[in-house]
Design a protein around this ligand. Structure first.
Ligand code: PRP
Length: 214
């Protein structure tokens, strides 16, 4: 699909996890403005406006689906900070918010599916309606672990919302109830997505120039 369109079927991808910090990367940091895509981003894939509109649509679905229920949003740090902030404020219902931080063991840019919990929930989710909120589902391995882990705590219900989903996630059996954008396999940053911890605060999502990470 033409990534220049406004479709939510945009396919993106990104590199994930850490790469060796490089001096060139930090050199480029000086040219990045927090609210604008810089020359480090070769193509805007999803604009700030598209993100805002889609989050509003997803919030309306969540409002409808959870009507009359007590909702707990569980954000997966760090990338889900942006969507948690925007989604929660777009809701017309009460919600509680909690956070998990996980680390996925892997080599290079691929995760292994072996996940370690760095920060667990503060909430006992037993009997609660839990909506797990992610910025991106890449291989789906982290999600598989998280869903399995949370299910074992016996919530009343457990659903998943992600802003972005990459093609490989389709091979994962975990159901994702709410998807913002299906994106292609490119190295994307912004709206919570990082490269080496940077670029999360870009308001649009774009493809990172290979010159930054090669
Ligand atoms: C991202 C994202 C998911 C995970 C998805 O987190 O937030 O948790 O990767 O990848 P997977 O589908 O291949 O398992 P990341 O580990 O990059 O940490 P971050 O949110 O702090 O950037």
């Amino acid at each position: 699909m033409d990534r220049g369109t406004t479709s939510r079927q945009l396919t993106v991808a990104r590199t994930r996890r850490s790469s060796p910090r490089s001096r060139s990367c930090y050199g480029r940091l000086r040219r990045v403005e927090a609210t604008q895509l810089s020359g480090d981003v070769t193509e805007i894939l999803v604009t700030k406006e598209q993100l805002a509109n889609r989050i509003t649509e997803l919030a309306a679905e969540v409002d409808r689906d959870y009507e009359g229920k007590e909702l707990l949003l569980v954000g997966v740090l760090n990338g889900a900070v942006m969507v948690m902030a925007d989604l929660s404020r777009a809701l017309n219902m009460h919600c509680r918010m909690d956070w998990m931080a996980v680390s996925s063991y892997g080599s290079g840019s691929k995760s292994s599916g072996v996940v370690r919990i760095l920060k667990d929930l503060s909430t006992d989710v037993t009997g609660m309606h839990v909506l797990l909120v992610e910025d991106i589902i890449d291989t789906g391995l982290t999600l598989s672990y998280l869903v399995s882990n949370l299910r074992s705590r016996r919530p009343a219900s457990l659903r998943v919302l992600t802003v972005f989903r990459k093609p490989e996630a389709a091979r994962n059996p975990v159901e994702i109830s709410y998807v913002g954008f299906d994106i292609p396999n490119e190295f994307v940053v912004g709206y919570g997505l990082d490269y080496d911890g940077l670029y999360r605060n870009l308001t649009s999502v774009g493809a990172l120039s290979p010159s930054v990470y090669t």
